[in-house]
Ligand binder design. Structure first.
Ligand code: MG
Length: 210
């Protein structure tokens, strides 16, 4: 990888913050509410919700929108209430702060590119958002999920050449392939199970690429 990287870009879920928080909301809290309102048992409600999520898929921007699901399932509760209740379940990976501090010291510009709506993002990154020069929520800011065009658009917005940016994320298509296609340098992070030999499993490894 080239030595002239000036900007380091991070995905959030599964990269900086444990995916578990999302799973608790999508796979527990929403199904619990559906079960209550339809008088179903939890298993039936969960299977129903999971199949509805899968029908839409994570390349559709509505997938990321808890409000969309609450409305679709006729649940009269705001997404904000659900997040508030779950705030304590947000877990930041232990390598995040040291890596952000080291990058800052070395003079890199640090940005975030995530699909997650801003309403969903604030609580997740508040412990370390002072380190970020810019935070982009593709769903809130551009009404789209990540795509090669979105990565290009972000590089224009921050007035950087795509090849000066290194993006790190855990989604093989949305993070790794699409950012590469836009001309970024890219690293796939697989924290749980490393299945690709080019991926990393700990953020400290990114310094081998800088
Ligand atoms: Mg992710």
């Amino acid at each position: 990888m080239s030595k002239k990287i000036r900007v380091v870009s991070f995905d959030v879920d599964g990269t900086l913050v444990e995916q578990k928080f999302n799973e608790l909301i999508w796979e527990n809290d929403i199904p619990v509410l559906v079960a209550e309102s339809r008088k179903w048992d939890f298993k039936q409600a969960k299977d129903f919700c999971l199949s509805e999520y899968a029908k839409l898929g994570d390349k559709d921007l509505r997938w990321y929108n808890v409000e969309y699901w609450l409305e679709k399932f006729n649940i009269p509760i705001s997404a904000k209430e659900i997040f508030k209740k779950r705030e304590k379940s947000i877990k930041v990976y232990s390598d995040v702060l040291p890596v952000l501090e080291k990058l800052k010291k070395q003079g890199f510009k640090i940005i975030v590119i995530t699909c997650m709506p801003r309403i969903f993002l604030k609580e997740k990154i508040q412990k370390f958002d002072r380190h970020f020069d810019e935070v982009f929520s593709t769903v809130s800011d551009f009404k789209q999920v990540k795509s090669p065009e979105i990565y290009l658009h972000v590089s224009n917005l921050i007035k950087s050449s795509p090849s000066d940016i290194l993006h790190i994320g855990d989604h093989h298509t949305l993070d790794y392939e699409f950012s590469l296609e836009a001309g970024y340098k890219s690293i796939l992070i697989q924290r749980e199970e490393k299945t690709k030999d080019f991926s990393i499993s700990n953020l400290q490894e990114i310094f081998n690429f800088l």
